[in-house]
Design a protein. Structure first.
Length: 93
């Protein structure tokens, strides 16, 4: 995992992939995050983002760039086991 992250490079990489027609927005965001933050991120995560472009299956209900970002955030910070908290859980007891 890269320790130094450039948000502008992620944005530019995703924008380029989208404008060149190589990926839709959600796929481009996840692919750019993969390339800039964690190259070991599974390609399956990019494939999972393929259902979200143009607002979930082209329904125009939700921004694909936002959903791609949420997918990537979940990869890094989401739960891996049912019922278990993450290291980033903010629940107070």
């Amino acid at each position: 995992m890269n320790k130094i992250i450039s948000i502008s490079k992620i944005k530019n990489d995703a924008d380029r992939l989208f404008k060149e027609g190589k990926f839709y927005c959600s796929e481009a965001i996840v692919y750019a995050i993969k390339g800039n933050i964690d190259p070991n991120m599974p390609d399956a995560l990019v494939a999972a983002a393929s259902g979200f472009p143009v607002g979930v299956g082209k329904s125009k209900c939700m921004c694909g760039a936002v959903s791609g970002g949420v997918i990537a955030l979940g990869y890094f910070f989401g739960r891996r086991q049912p019922g278990k908290a993450t290291d980033f859980d903010t629940t107070h007891t």
